[in-house]
Design a protein around this ligand. Structure first.
Ligand SMILES: *Cc1c(COP(=O)(O)O)cnc(C)c1O
Length: 439
């Protein structure tokens, strides 16, 4: 048997002609559980986490998994049991952390639009920190905390105005973005926070974007944040922790992001040089912990040759894999069974009634109707963004651990989808084509 690992996906390999994730054949999993099917490798998640943990040996540091990347309970349990905290952006995500066995005390709460009800819930649960994104939010959080007789731990998210050189929809640390407080106004905001009775300043944070593939934007942001910490502490406000957000990219298509440990050894060297190396550190990685741990399996429904394009129509679509339609993102697509027959060029598309419903363009594939494909790098921002558009049930999810596959989400049924919907009028016996007259 020969084993050929796929680039960027260390737990995915062809054993002879069959694609495996850890010790499970994906063709067998697809046959047993149906398609579309998300399959995640636990070892790949822990491997990605270990790179951060190696970098932080000997430091006072905590990894808060940014769970919007993939918030399925089975995935959260893996990270909770590996000692991660969580970065949440809604009260619903807090409920998920608790349901997965995580602790509220390990949760930090980001997002520009926290409601009063969400603040109340998070305060009552006792989360570690609110990452506040505007001056107005400081005032509202203060009111809510005072009304509950509590003090809210806060960090202010600063917008360092650095260009992460990524897709405009996923850059967040530029002046024109809605996130954070402009760094020119940060000192004022801290002075305001420090005198509000319902708030306790504990930290500072920034998060400059996602799918970042070079170190420079991080180093620039770090310097800007440390400049601010010096100013704020000179004004007598102690900053207990430094949170540098998430955003590290993964290899989708010959992308070469720095490894988490080498990025962090450069950042830690800079922190040490500026005298902040022993400060409490937090990070909020999402994509880099799960993106390349997951694949989406799909069956080819039809091959449709055309004058300009050949289409390969699969049973996964933009409602399962929204990144191509949203960001023109690239996912590698490979067959589950490799053969040496000649390949043809296809646009791989889903069945949804939108021209934006494509999964990959101009892909060389050797495939027939009824055969199955894997869409790679599908662990992050796929299932968590999935929808029911076209009344498509959301896919099932499996977590593979060695030679075991655990169903962590059942395929959504039609009954699941209709639950909560209500017909507004009494049903008539012949609803169609009957004139609207009384008999
Ligand atoms: C989305 C997000 C993250 C995670 O970003 P990744 O690119 O997935 O690492 C971290 N922090 C905040 C505030 C976010 O909104």
């Amino acid at each position: 048997m020969t084993s050929t690992p796929l680039p960027g996906a260390p737990f995915l390999a062809y054993r002879d002609s069959q694609l495996f994730i850890e010790d499970m054949g994906l063709q067998d999993l697809a046959n047993t559980h149906g398609t579309p099917l998300f399959v995640y490798s636990k070892a790949a998640m822990l491997h990605a986490l270990a790179a951060y943990q190696r970098a932080f040996v000997g430091r006072d540091a905590k990894v808060h998994y940014a769970m919007k990347a993939n918030s399925s309970l089975g995935v959260l349990q893996v990270f909770a049991q590996a000692g991660c905290g969580f970065d949440i952006v809604s009260a619903g995500e807090l409920e998920r952390v608790l349901a997965a066995g995580g602790q509220a005390a390990d949760v930090i709460f980001s997002g520009v639009g926290k409601t009063r009800a969400e603040m109340r819930m998070a305060l009552q649960a006792g989360i570690a920190c609110f990452n506040v994104e505007s001056e107005a939010e400081l005032d509202v959080l203060n009111q809510v905390a005072v009304s509950l007789g509590k003090v809210a731990p806060v960090s202010i998210r600063v917008n360092p105005n650095v260009d992460p050189k990524t897709h405009p929809y996923i850059s967040t640390g530029l002046k024109g973005n809605k996130f954070g407080i402009a760094h020119e106004r940060t000192l004022q905001a801290y002075q305001h926070a420090a005198q509000l009775p319902g708030l306790k300043v504990v930290g500072i944070d920034c998060h400059i974007g996602s799918q970042i593939t070079t170190s420079e934007p991080y180093l620039d942001a770090l310097d800007k944040v440390l400049d601010l910490v010096e100013q704020i502490e000179k004004a007598g406000i102690r900053i207990h922790h430094l949170d540098f957000g998430g955003g590290l990219g993964i290899n989708y298509n010959n992308d070469t992001p720095p490894a988490a440990d080498s990025l962090w050894s450069a950042l830690l060297a800079r922190l040490d040089a500026r005298g902040f190396g022993q400060r409490r550190l937090m990070i909020e990685p999402g994509r880099s912990l799960v993106g390349n741990a997951g694949v989406c399996l799909s069956e080819v429904q039809y091959l449709k040759p055309g004058e300009q394009k050949n289409f390969c129509i699969i049973d996964a679509a933009m409602n399962d894999l929204p990144r191509p339609a949203m960001y023109e993102a690239f996912h590698q697509i490979v067959p589950l069974v490799h053969t040496d027959k000649p390949a043809q060029l296809y646009d791989v598309v889903g069945p949804v009634c939108e021209s934006g419903d494509w999964i990959g363009r101009d892909r060389l594939l050797n495939i027939q109707a009824g055969e199955k494909l894997a869409v790679l790098s599908a662990g992050a921002y796929c299932m968590s963004m999935a929808s029911n558009y076209n009344t498509r049930g959301r896919a099932a999810e499996l977590l593979v651990d060695g030679n075991q596959a655990h169903v962590i989400r059942q395929r959504e049924t039609m009954a699941d989808q209709l639950r909560g919907e209500v017909l507004p009028f009494p049903q008539t016996r012949h609803a169609s084509n009957t004139p609207n007259t009384k008999v």
